[in-house]
Write a protein that binds this ligand. Structure first.
Ligand code: C2E
Ligand code: CA
Ligand code: CA
Ligand code: CA
Length: 279
C-alpha cells in the first residue's frame, strides 16, 4: 500500500492513536507540501521600544492543508527534523525570507532586518554557513539585512563548533540572535564567549512579568547584564501595554508580540514600515 499515496490512510481508522496518525500524515506529506507550495512565511514586526518604529521582522512558517487545516510549526518542524526534510524546508525558508529582505530594500529602506529561525539540524551541517551565504546572495539580499535565530538549547549542544559557525555568520554581517533565552541552561560565562549580538527574552518571562516579582527582578537583571555585554535585547510575546511600558522603562531595546501585531503575510507586513506604530 506504500506507493498508493494518500489512499494508504484508509487503512487507519479512528481507533488508531491520533498522535501516531498525525505524525504519519505529517511525515508523508512534508515533501509534497514543499513541492506544491503549501508553506507560507508570515512576518511579525519588531519595533524599537523608544521610537516605536519597525526595525525588522521575524519570519514564521505556516502550513495549511486541505485535510486538517492549519498545522502548527512546532508540530511539523520536529517531524521534519527527523529526516532531511528540515534541510530542504529550512533552505526554502531562508530563500523566501531573503527575497522579502530584498523587496524591503527596494523601497529604499536599508536598515531593516528579516530574521529566520534555524533548526539545530541545519546548524549541525558542515556547510551551514556556506549555504546561508549562498542563498542570501542568490536572492540578491544583503547579509546585514538578515538575521538568524538559534535557540539556547540548540546552541549549547555542540557549543564549540556552533560558536565557530556563529562567529562566521557574524563576520559576514548577519545578525545572530539567541532565541528563547531563559529556558535553557546558558550561564553568563557562556554568553560572554558567544559571538551573538541579540538576545531574545523568552515569552514565558514576559507572561509572568506583571504577576511574579522574582521574574520582574530577574528580567531587569538580564537586561542590565545584556547591556554590559553589548547585546541587543528583544522581548517576545508582548501582549499588553503594561508589559510594553515596563520593558521600555527597563531599556529593553526591541519589542515583538501581539500588542504590535501577529505574524502576517508580507503584503500586510510591509505596511508597518515607516511611521511610528500605534497601539
Ligand atoms: P519562536 O521562534 O519562539 O517564535 C515565537 C512564537 O510565538 C511564534 O509562534 C509566534 O507566532 C508566537 N507569538 C508571537 N507573539 C506572541 C504573543 O504576543 N503572544 C503569544 N502567545 N505568542 C506570540 P509560532 O509561529 O506558532 O511558532 C512556534 C515555534 O515554531 C517558534 O517559536 C519556532 O521555534 C518554531 N518555528 C516557527 N517558524 C519556524 C521556521 O520558519 N523555522 C523553524 N526552524 N522553526 C520555526
Ligand atoms: Ca524565534
Ligand atoms: Ca522565541
Ligand atoms: Ca519558542
Amino acid at each position: 500500500a506504500k506507493d498508493k499515496g494518500k489512499n494508504q490512510y484508509m487503512f487507519f481508522n479512528k481507533s488508531m492513536n491520533q498522535e501516531i496518525y498525525d505524525r504519519m500524515y505529517i511525515h508523508n506529506n512534508l515533501r509534497t507540501a514543499l513541492e506544491e507550495n503549501q508553506f507560507q512565511l508570515h512576518y511579525q514586526p519588531q519595533i524599537d521600544s523608544k521610537s516605536k518604529k519597525v526595525i525588522g521582522f521575524e519570519a514564521l512558517i505556516r502550513w495549511e492543508t486541505e485535510e486538517f487545516g492549519f498545522i502548527p510549526p512546532l508540530k511539523f518542524i520536529k517531524i521534519a527534523e527527523e529526516s532531511d526534510m528540515i534541510i530542504k524546508i529550512g533552505n526554502w525558508i531562508l530563500k523566501e525570507a531573503a527575497k522579502f529582505s530584498k523587496e524591503i530594500n527596494q523601497y529604499n529602506k536599508d536598515n531593516y532586518i528579516v530574521s529566520v529561525n534555524v533548526s539545530s539540524v541545519q546548524l549541525k551541517q558542515d556547510n551551514f554557513v556556506e549555504t546561508v551565504k549562498k542563498i542570501i546572495k542568490e536572492a540578491g539580499a544583503l547579509p546585514k539585512n538578515m538575521g538568524i535565530e538559534i535557540t539556547e538549547t540548540s546552541l549549547m549542544d555542540n557549543f564549540e563548533s556552533n560558536a565557530n559557525k556563529v562567529k562566521k555568520l557574524r563576520e559576514l554581517g548577519i545578525k545572530v540572535a539567541l532565541d528563547d533565552f531563559g529556558t535553557g541552561y546558558s550561564s553568563l560565562n557562556y554568553l560572554r564567549q558567544l559571538p551573538i549580538n541579540i538576545l531574545k527574552l523568552d515569552k514565558s518571562f514576559i507572561e509572568d512579568l506583571l504577576k511574579n516579582n522574582n521574574i520582574y527582578n530577574l528580567t531587569e537583571d538580564i537586561i542590565l547584564m545584556s547591556q554590559k555585554l553589548g547585546l541587543t535585547v528583544v522581548a517576545e510575546g508582548v501582549e499588553m501595554k503594561d508589559q510594553f511600558d515596563l520593558l521600555s522603562n527597563y531599556n529593553c531595546d526591541i519589542i515583538q508580540g501581539y500588542l504590535v501585531s501577529r505574524p502576517i503575510p508580507k503584503e500586510e507586513a510591509v505596511k508597518f514600515i515607516g511611521p511610528e506604530v500605534e497601539f
